[in-house]
Design a protein around this ligand. Structure first.
Ligand code: SF4
Length: 389
């Protein structure tokens, strides 16, 4: 009897999976229920990965992107004190810092000299620091190192700037664009659903605000990325809801470039009692994201958060971008990430080639980069450029 039940359940799973496979092969959109089903442990991770890989290869063939980038976190002081965060410090903590203009420019100089095409700037939000300080960072770096693309300030930060300056989100973005902002990173999205958000980060911008900031950015011609922090107090329903919110906005604006599924690292957070998401969970989440986000070009496997082994494996599970060399990352390392501080271009390329794929260096807007020793230029005639400019 027990055996019969198992066989019946397996047949049901198989037939449901066949329906979804048919949709994917026909290029039809998956539903909320399809997403929830694909997250079930009874559905073979291997099969979900194969489907995601099929979709990924249709878009990108054997190409896997990486970039040369450096991180800059100008301060770790933050008044929001989110429960999920291991990075923030309070003013007066022994390891609290606010970088001087000199230190900030030195970081930008380091990035420039290392041949980076991108500076990724995010940080804490210390009470009492005016919007002009953040604006000045973008302006000063852009003036001295205009070739560095500044992917700066999450939607949470943009919403904070609007609050402290009295400007609208649109005005804040226009001033930042004028100062040299190149695009927005995808952080601060966490999980949009209020049931979860109120438990993990009750004070900062809510899900609707996060989406509105990106909507406004896209309307001004800025590209941005999107993230989802998973593996804490959320359920599968919250994850699928989050992904479909992103898909809906992308239908409306087309302004997202890449999606990044970020596994939660509990060390030194208020949830330090929780386990980290498993490798299986990470791979399934990346694969389902590739399948649900049918209007996103790129799915990143962020090796700092996933660890190198899982990030490399994710290239078989729907991801087509390993992110970058990533110098000076603090946020995940403060939460206990044991990934290296930096990967060389040779290491990134070797990881990609080992999977049978072809590494391609991109800039922040997914334009191909051509190197001549220490010099670099963009490949202007690559189709990515025509599509995105
Ligand atoms: S997650 Fe961001 S907003 Fe929240 S405490 Fe950390 S730095 Fe501040």
């Amino acid at each position: 009897m027990l055996d019969q039940n198992i066989v019946r359940t397996e047949r049901l799973v198989e037939s449901r999976l066949d329906e979804i496979r048919n949709k994917i092969e026909a290029g039809r959109r998956l539903s909320f229920e399809d997403g929830v089903f694909l997250f079930q442990p009874s559905v073979s991770l291997h099969v979900v990965g194969q489907l995601a890989d099929l979709v990924c290869r249709r878009r990108h063939g054997r190409t896997v992107y990486y970039n040369l980038n450096t991180h800059l976190n100008p301060t770790n002081i933050c008044g929001y004190r989110c429960k999920l965060c291991a990075f923030f410090r309070s003013k007066g903590d022994p390891d609290a810092y606010i970088m001087s203009q000199e230190e900030i420019l030195k970081r930008a100089e380091d990035a420039d000299q290392a041949g980076c095409t991108e500076l990724h700037i995010v940080g804490g939000l210390p009470p009492g620091i005016p919007f002009e300080w953040y604006l000045g960072i973008v302006e000063a770096i852009h003036n001295q190192y205009p070739r560095l693309h500044l992917k700066a300030w999450t939607a949470v930060e943009i919403a904070w700037f609007a609050r402290i300056s009295g400007l609208s989100v649109k005005e804040v973005l226009l001033r930042l664009i004028d100062a040299g902002l190149g695009s927005l990173p995808g952080g601060g999205a966490e999980i949009f659903h209020p049931e979860v958000r109120r438990q993990i980060s009750s004070h900062k911008a809510d899900g609707k605000t996060w989406l509105d900031v990106h909507r406004t950015a896209h309307s001004l011609g800025l590209k941005s990325n999107a993230t989802m922090l998973f593996g804490h107090v959320e359920t599968i329903y919250h994850r699928v809801d989050h992904l479909l919110e992103l898909r809906t906005l992308q239908d409306e604006t087309g302004g997202f470039q890449a999606f990044v599924a970020l596994p939660f690292h509990p060390v030194r957070t208020a949830f330090s009692h929780l386990p980290k998401p498993s490798a299986f969970d990470c791979l399934r989440t990346i694969a389902v994201s590739r399948l649900l986000l049918d209007n996103f070009d790129h799915i990143k496997a962020y090796w700092v958060a996933l660890g190198i082994g899982v990030a490399q494996t994710a290239l078989e599970y729907g991801a087509n971008d390993l992110d970058g060399t990533v110098r000076y990352e603090n946020i995940y390392h403060d939460a206990g990430a044991d990934s290296p501080d930096v990967l060389s271009v040779e290491e990134l390329c070797a990881l990609i080639r080992e999977t049978g794929r072809e590494p391609v260096e991109r800039d922040s807007l997914y334009r191909r980069v051509r190197r001549f020793g220490r010099e670099w230029e963009l490949e202007d005639n690559h189709p990515d450029v025509r599509n995105r400019e």
